[in-house]
Design a protein around this ligand. Structure first.
Ligand SMILES: Nc1ncnc2c1ncn2[C@@H]1O[C@H](COP(=O)(O)OP(=O)(O)OP(=O)(O)O)[C@@H](O)[C@H]1O
Ligand SMILES: [Mg+2]
Length: 515
């Protein structure tokens, strides 16, 4: 498989199919068992990883510059020589060499380039000299994104870049990638994002990997067509051909707007439906069975105030959760929801105010960050057993099976799981609680489309209460019947549809006054 400059390859596939592993093989973090990877001469490679914790102890601006490893090493070696108390002749020669290398790589502008990338992504200057771990998850991913983009690499690998990004930054990134002339490979489960950036689609299906010209929608539509044609065995060859031609005509009309018009047109003309093999897709079985119905008193929150590292996020938040309430919490600063949910789960102290859960209530929490839970290399079956009264293998297998871990997979170590597999485990942990209130912080992060669909359907049918935050429009619209928006200057609390909420002119005015 060859990746060509100017193209943007969207990498798709189910959770656990091997997308992150494929990228790791490209950048050399895991050795591939067979085959080889080669780059153009002198080409540089940059990566945004799915795990956002690696650089926690580095300074923000340094983290960005580390994106250009060679430049960073030269700078450090140079600085080390200059800080020596006795400066030998060899040091002098080496320093001169390093200086010229440094200048060749435009080192003198590195710091200001890094700073302007950060500012473009909305990270204010006051944060540039902080440690990465002092930033929120959302800011952190922006810094790591700046690191990957720094110095305009020849090859850019991005693993789920839109997780934790706000919509504005996603737009910024879409623009950036559309105008990027080098080679880009992006893993994503976000269909809208993929469609707007990718010129090609790479489908990873456990043991198979295949490349198509065209974006996600094109891949999806043509593989659906292939599936239909395979199933319709008895259809006449002519009919199939006609169907294919209609499909091609429809898509050719659509590609007129695309930036790769001619190459895509050619590719569409060559489309051979027999070659397209729809990949394996599986739906997890997500079933929440409350051990009892919630009583009349569910949750009473009174004048609650919350902050993050000294920054006030909300104050005077009061609300009462009523029967059948499924609430989405919104805020321009997504940390507000994380702080609120942590407080309600007893993991963090409120600045002010009180809250009280009803006697009949049991909660299950899906936190935004789950890396804490997966540090130890213990087999999955033992991992899940920590959260269950019944720890028999048969019982555990039942839960893991619903989350699509079967056979030998239940002995896999918890610390090697893929991003989506970890979320599936956290969902299994929630299922074991038989809770009647679900608290979900951005539940769709990392999940593939099938899991999101399964999760969405379960929450629509769920008989208890839901308190959640999400940036998935469809998810909010179909699940929630109440909206609470929280800002540092106030609160809006409405029982209405999400679509109506975001369209309403009066509400828009109210919203602007919250921040
Ligand atoms: N060291 C390891 N030992 C055994 N299995 C591993 C190891 N590392 C990863 N895996 C498994 O390999 C599979 C592929 O993982 P990978 O992280 O590449 O998935 P992915 O396609 O990126 O999924 P996601 O969409 O959830 O991020 C997973 O089932 C994972 O559990
Ligand atoms: Mg992954």
């Amino acid at each position: 498989m060859k990746f060509i400059p100017g193209n943007c390859y969207g990498i798709i596939g189910a959770n656990g199919a091997g997308k992150s592993t494929f990228l790791k093989a490209l950048y050399g973090e895991v050795d591939s068992t067979t085959g080889s990877v080669s780059f153009g001469p002198g080409e540089r490679l940059s990566v945004l990883k799915q795990n956002h914790f690696e650089f926690d102890d580095c300074q923000v601006l340094d983290t960005v510059m580390m994106g250009h490893r060679h430049l960073w090493d030269v700078k450090n070696e140079k600085d080390a020589i200059y800080s020596k108390p006795d400066f030998s002749d060899e040091d002098g020669i080496r320093a001169a060499e390093l200086e010229s290398l440094f200048a060749e790589m435009d080192g003198w502008n590195a710091e200001s380039d890094a700073a302007s990338l950060l500012s473009g992504l909305g990270i204010k200057e006051e944060h540039h000299y902080k440690l990465l771990k002092e930033l929120s998850g959302r800011e952190k991913v922006k810094v790591l994104l700046a690191q990957a983009l720094f110095g305009k690499p020849d090859n850019l690998l991005l693993d789920e870049p839109t997780n934790d990004l706000d919509l504005e930054t996603v737009d910024w990134l879409e623009n950036y990638l559309t105008n990027f002339n080098n080679t880009v490979l992006v893993v994503s489960h976000d269909r809208h994002f993929l469609d707007s950036i990718s010129t090609h689609t790479v489908d990873i299906d456990y043991n198979n990997i295949s490349l198509f010209a065209g974006n996600y929608s094109y891949w999806y539509e043509s593989s659906q067509l292939a599936l239909r044609q395979q199933q319709a065995q008895n259809k006449k060859a002519e009919e199939k051909k006609k169907e294919l031609q209609e499909f091609i005509a429809r898509f050719s009309a659509n590609v007129a707007k695309s930036k790769q018009t001619t190459s895509r047109k050619k590719m569409i003309e060559k489309l051979n439906i027999e070659e397209i093999k729809p990949s394996t897709r599986k739906y997890p079985g997500i079933i929440f069975t409350p051990s009892r119905e919630p009583g009349n008193n569910i949750l009473e929150v009174t004048e609650l105030g919350g902050s993050f590292e000294g920054q006030m996020l909300f104050k005077n938040l009061s609300f009462t959760v009523e029967k059948d309430d499924k609430i989405v919490f919104l805020s321009r600063d997504t940390r507000s929801m994380t702080v609120l949910f942590d407080i309600l789960n007893g993991l963090k102290k409120a600045d002010k105010g009180t809250f009280e859960w009803g006697q009949t209530i049991t909660t299950a929490y899906l936190p935004l960050e789950n890396s804490e839970f997966f540090k130890k290399p213990i087999p999955l079956i033992d991992w899940l057993a920590q959260y269950s009264d019944d720890t028999s293998e048969m019982f555990m297998r039942g839960y893991l099976g619903k989350m699509l871990f079967s056979g030998e997979e239940i002995y896999k170590n918890a610390n090697v799981l893929s991003g989506g597999e970890k979320v599936r485990c956290m969902i299994a942990r929630m299922m074991l609680r038989n809770a009647n209130v679900m608290i979900l912080d951005t539940p769709t992060n990392h999940l593939d489309l099938e899991s999101i669909q399964a999760f969405n359907n379960t929450l629509i049918r769920f008989k208890g209460n839901i308190l959640m935050s999400s940036h998935d429009h469809e998810f909010i619209q179909t699940v929630c019947n109440r909206i609470i928006e929280i800002g540092p200057k106030g609160v809006i609390d409405k029982r209405m549809d999400y679509d109506d909420y975001i369209m309403d002119e009066k509400i828009r005015e109210l919203r602007n006054r919250l921040y």
